[in-house]
Write a protein that binds this ligand. Structure first.
Ligand SMILES: Cc1cc2nc3c(=O)[nH]c(=O)nc-3n(C[C@H](O)[C@H](O)[C@H](O)COP(=O)(O)O)c2cc1C
Length: 225
């Protein structure tokens, strides 16, 4: 697998997981090099196989790469702070999801359209990483403009944008982002997983010593980057 970070990865899982989960992270420095069709196709293929309620597959992806006719429109959607780094990605993707689904001959609201689109995006992100490309989810963009400019039908929610690229050098990145250009950490699993009733600690050993040490760090530090 390609080098995943420019430095050491500080993420140490407390339970054995496939490295793709801890190696996926969201850099902001991208080389801007061309993104081959084959990489996009394989990452979208992975997204395609995500699970969804009623197998509705509510996700849709609209993308543009630098030099393509729609590229400037995609960049124009970004919040100014995000444009400062995401404009150097090799592609920008807008993820939308269909709010309705046909069930037993009736068109009804699909309450899990966003949940399912989230599953598809993580498939995309992990597959991209396996090919040596990094992704970065983006919520800071103009959703109304995206709907208008990309001609998103009314029945679809605009969920998120994603930047994809090869990780670039730190000095190619605006100084303001340098401190955050490293994999961040997570709260202890024991604060996330409950037994029977929300908030009730699970009676299994979830939180290992390294997580306890992490838990003792101030939140701001734990969630930095
Ligand atoms: C839906 C979504 C929206 C996000 N929006 C932004 C954003 O607007 N700007 C940004 O710099 N990062 C954004 N991020 C990146 C998150 O901050 C990042 O995923 C989080 O800190 C976890 O870090 P990691 O992806 O490196 O593991 C977003 C991520 C997601 C999934």
């Amino acid at each position: 697998m390609a080098a995943l970070t420019n430095g050491a990865n500080p993420r140490q899982p407390d339970h054995p997981v496939h490295p793709v989960f801890t190696d996926r992270w969201s850099p902001r420095s991208f080389t801007g090099e061309p993104l081959p069709d084959s990489v996009l196709a394989t990452a979208f293929e992975a997204a395609r196989w995500a699970p969804s309620a009623s197998n509705a597959q509510p996700w849709r992806f609209v993308f543009a790469r630098p030099g393509e006719a729609a590229w400037d429109k995609f960049v124009s959607l970004l919040a100014e702070r995000n444009a400062r780094w995401a404009a150097r990605a090799s592609a920008l993707i807008v993820i939308v999801s269909e709010r309705k689904v046909e069930r037993r001959g009736e068109v009804v609201a699909n309450v899990s359209h966003s949940f399912d689109a989230g599953a598809a995006w993580t498939n995309f992100a992990h597959q991209a990483l396996l090919l040596g490309w990094h992704t970065h989810g983006i919520g800071g963009f103009d959703r109304e403009a995206a709907r208008r400019v990309l001609e998103i039908p009314d029945d679809f929610s605009v969920e998120a944008m994603v930047a994809i690229g090869r990780q670039g050098a730190l000095d190619a990145l605006d100084k303001e982002f340098h401190a955050g250009e490293a994999p961040n950490l997570r709260r202890p699993i024991g604060e996330t997983v409950f037994a029977g009733i929300f908030g009730v600690p699970a009676p299994i050993e979830l939180t290992q010593s390294s997580e306890r040490a992490n838990a003792e760090r101030p939140n701001a530090e734990r969630n930095a980057a």
